[in-house]
Ligand binder design. Structure first.
Ligand SMILES: Nc1ncnc2c1ncn2[C@@H]1O[C@H](COP(=O)(O)OP(=O)(O)OP(=O)(O)O)[C@@H](O)[C@H]1O
Ligand SMILES: O=P(O)(O)OC[C@H]1O[C@](O)(CO)[C@@H](O)[C@@H]1O
Length: 449
């Protein structure tokens, strides 16, 4: 398979690039205060049409959402496609790609960063949904690799006999204690290796690594794995080309600089934060229904998860520009002296379900050469981040605030997602849950976060 000439650059990016002097030899990274792609304009207060969320909880470690989407989403996709005209309005990005994959060997890894219950998995599902509903990225096959699901699968406590009661008050506390973090690392490593395997086997194009990735060590490890993967791919394919050349006395064949079939992964960090006390309470409440806690008393689940959050917080390091710059330099250093192209690095941030803009913390590193897939994906992701609260977050924001209101409403329950049970619970239970939440997630506790 020959590699297409992939280094097409939309004018808008070229202009930006030259303005900011992006270059793969002189690393120039940007904590952009403005939107990289200004075509989307500023956020307006109009509510964007809702796009249905993929309503399923991932039941195994891999939640593979197939190309083409489920039938259930078709209606909303059609209506959204009409509303997706923003992608060409006022933009120099006018080339239509249809549903063709542009470069089979160019893959993406979205590395989530964020404390427990900040909305990482939910926002990932929304991102996949959005990418599939946007015609420029609809062809991208996305999969999620969740370290928590690997942990649950491998450490599932099964009752030894059907007559034995479930272990109600047993906590995973020990596992989340920072001094035992090595025990937890193995689950993350398994999830990451499955992710790399899926990209290598071409069963997906964009893989989301769903874990807290809360420490510098972890993030450094993930990037190191991706770099090694890229390098191994490149070396293998260069070796093949060299071997073929020596057989070919005419010296024809593929250029070494672009080995066909060498897969290259571009890392994209997506940090998700939640600082609003109401959201923290509501999210913890929803977590009490997940696989770790569904069989445990509510009070126990709330206090156990609150403790987990505190333990994570004690070692959590926010993603920073220094960290971003460091990775960019590492990429250049590793690729120095080889033709292995440096495919860039990106960072996005969603805070409080997009209620407050965090876009000035987004960071973009476009190397001197990158493929059109990258431009399209980053463009679409930036739009998703900028407009998250209007497109997806507002329903959640309303529900979280309504749930914690002390006033009793007799409104008819609305359809809820599988991870959001607050609509389904009885009013008296809700009141008692709120008392428990307020007692546990009190001001003193919130001060510690
Ligand atoms: N943006 C959001 N939209 C809708 N619901 C949300 C959002 N953010 C958080 N929630 C609610 O909070 C709960 C926790 O969110 P989620 O499971 O996505 O967090 P997480 O960061 O992936 O957690 P963990 O790290 O523990 O796996 C969900 O069950 C959901 O009900
Ligand atoms: O390996 P990390 O980064 O701690 O992230 C995975 C963990 O995050 C959690 O989702 C936090 O609630 C756990 O389910 C899971 O074990």
């Amino acid at each position: 398979m020959s590699r297409p000439n992939e280094c097409w650059k939309p004018d808008l990016l070229r202009n930006r690039e030259s303005r900011r002097q992006f270059s793969s030899s002189t690393v120039s990274t940007n904590a952009s205060t403005n939107s990289l792609f200004s075509l989307h304009g500023s956020s307006s207060s109009s509510i964007y049409p809702t796009i249905s969320r993929t309503e399923t909880e991932p039941d195994v470690e891999v939640n593979h959402i197939k190309e083409g989407l489920s039938l259930g989403l078709q209606g909303s996709l059609e209506s959204h496609a009409v509303n997706n005209s923003y992608l060409s309005q006022g933009s120099s990005l006018t080339i239509q790609f249809g549903n063709k994959r542009q470069n089979l060997n160019h893959k993406f890894c979205v590395i989530l960063v964020g404390l427990p219950a900040t909305g990482k998995s939910t926002i990932s599902r929304d991102l996949i949904n959005f990418l599939h509903s946007s015609h420029r990225t609809a062809h991208i096959r996305c999969s999620t690799f969740n370290a928590g699901n690997v942990r649950r699968k491998l450490s599932l406590r099964r009752p030894v006999s059907p007559f034995k009661a479930p272990e109600f008050n047993k906590s995973e506390d020990d596992l989340f204690n920072p001094k035992n973090s090595h025990k937890k690392e193995k689950y993350a490593k398994i999830a990451l290796s499955k992710l790399l395997e899926a990209l290598e086997n071409d069963t997906c194009d964009l893989a989301i690594f769903d874990a807290t990735n809360s420490t510098l060590e972890r993030r450094g490890f993930v990037l190191q794995e991706i770099r090694s993967f890229n390098k191994a791919q490149y070396d293998t394919h260069v070796a093949r080309i060299v071997a073929n050349r020596s057989k070919d006395s005419a010296g024809n064949g593929e250029p070494i600089s672009q080995p066909a079939n060498a897969i290259h992964i571009t890392p994209i960090f997506l940090q998700v934060s939640c600082t609003d006390p109401n959201f923290i309470k509501y999210n913890i409440h929803n977590k009490t229904f997940n696989q770790d806690y569904y069989d445990k008393p509510y009070e126990f689940a709330v206090s156990d998860f609150a403790k987990r959050l505190q333990q994570y917080h004690s070692q959590f390091v926010q993603f920073s520009k220094t960290e971003f710059d460091h990775y960019c330099k590492e990429n250049v250093r590793v690729n120095e002296g080889s033709h292995n192209p440096n495919f860039g690095l990106f960072f996005f941030h969603i805070m409080n379900a997009g209620q407050f803009s965090a876009d000035d913390s987004n960071m973009y590193y476009f190397p001197s050469q990158y493929c059109s897939d990258t431009a399209e994906l980053i463009n679409t992701m930036e739009y998703f981040i900028d407009n998250y609260s209007k497109m997806y977050g507002y329903g959640y924001i309303e529900k979280a605030n309504a749930f914690l209101k002390s006033t009793i409403t007799n409104s008819t329950p609305v359809a809820s997602s599988s991870s959001d049970r607050s609509d389904l619970i009885d009013e008296s239970v809700r009141r008692s849950n709120i008392v428990t939440l307020n007692e546990t997630i009190n001001d003193a506790y919130l001060q510690t976060l």
